[in-house]
Design a protein around this ligand. Structure first.
Ligand code: PMP
Length: 353
């Protein structure tokens, strides 16, 4: 259990009144904790939100030794605030840490740090439908040393941001470009980890998708550019002749917590769910035969984002007439109701803050 020292912010900011957007507004406080080789994690504290001071030679700036997470706190009309499966984020964060040679943070300490910060800034958790408090824990290598080696010191920081959904606030379907040149990750690399380099590597593909009028990139595998992997910040699901198909977790895909939750819900609703390799050619064939009924992405920021169009090699494949499908809608409604404490929580996914 952490002994968190709290320094209240003497000048509280006014709460936002207009549109929140995503990830642009931050609350009054942030959490910090240091790591020093030989001592371990120490000095957990909450301080006023503000700039960090780092040495220009800090390793994170040069070799990218960094890990992050993304999760949300939700507030319902009764003012109750919930986290959604935070222990899963704590566990995944340590998977990332292991791969990046960053020291682990005990899962309970990770969750305690988040809970304490969210409780302190609970007034910032928005409650309008589609809004939530986005939580961004991250760890950076801070040692002053221009050598390629695991850092001997780290900083763990958590910032929180009242936000809307990432892609769409109305559950309208988005267009996604299938990228067949750039790749995001390969097996044996860091694709399964949540580390900044994966996202830096994705920007060129993202830029091209945007230039062609698409919101995001659908990545293919890094070896054959044949098998579907995931979207920029979402896992992807296909409803094909009543059955749900999603790429298997193969080491180059992020093991999404929303993905896991959607699989659980769909199986309970009687759907057959296949986690397996699915090629882009198979998908195109299903679209052409009319077997492809729905496509949607899943993610913390994206929640359930329906995909209405896939742009691949100059062609546009329209799915479900470009509309949000019934399963996407049902999943969105159920998941957000569980997250916001507006229905039963049969799986024990909610954590009251
Ligand atoms: N894939 C990538 C690359 C992501 O960044 C995210 C967002 N964390 C996801 C999938 C979805 O994961 P989750 O459901 O845990 O948010």
């Amino acid at each position: 259990m952490l002994n968190i020292q709290i320094t209240p912010n003497p000048t509280l900011s006014p709460k936002p009144t207009g549109a929140l957007g995503f990830g642009r507004i931050f609350t009054d406080h942030m959490f910090l904790m240091d790591y020093t080789d030989g001592i371990g994690w120490h000095d957990p504290r909450i301080v006023p939100y503000g700039p960090l001071t780092l040495d220009p030679s800090a390793q994170v700036f040069h070799y990218g030794q960094e890990a992050f997470e993304g999760m949300k706190a939700y507030k319902n009309a009764s003012g109750e605030v919930y986290l959604f499966r935070p222990q899963m984020n704590a566990r995944r964060s340590n998977l990332t840490n292991d791969r990046l040679c960053i020291p682990q943070i005990p899962e309970d300490d990770f969750v305690q740090a988040i809970t304490t910060l969210v409780r302190l800034d609970a007034d910032w958790v928005p409650s309008a439908p589609g809004t939530s408090l986005y939580i961004r824990p991250f760890i950076i290598a801070t040692e002053r040393f221009l050598g390629v080696a695991p850092s001997k010191t780290y900083l763990f920081c958590i910032i929180i941001s009242p936000s809307e959904m990432y892609y769409t606030s109305t559950l309208s379907a988005v267009s996604i470009r299938v990228e067949d040149n750039y790749v995001r990750a390969v097996k044996g690399g860091v694709g399964f980890a949540k580390t900044g380099g994966n996202y830096a590597a994705s920007l060129a593909g993202q830029k091209r998708a945007n230039a062609e009028g698409c919101a995001q990139v659908l990545w293919l595998d890094g070896v054959e550019r044949k098998y579907i992997e995931e979207v920029g910040s979402m896992n992807i699901f296909f409803k094909i002749k009543g059955k749900l198909v999603t790429p298997a977790l193969n080491g180059s895909i992020l093991p999404g917590i929303t993905r896991d939750s959607v699989i659980t819900l769909c199986k309970d609703w009687g759907y057959e769910v296949e986690e397996r390799p699915i090629s882009i050619d198979e998908l195109v064939a299903h679209q052409q035969s009319g077997a492809l009924e729905e496509v949607f992405g899943t993610g913390t920021a994206a929640v359930i984002t329906p995909v209405g169009k896939l742009c691949y090699q100059g062609e546009t494949l329209t799915i479900n007439s470009g509309e949000t499908g019934p399963l996407s809608k049902q999943l969105y409604d159920t998941l957000t109701a569980i997250q916001r404490g507006e229905c039963e929580d049969p799986y024990g996914w909610r954590v009251n803050v």
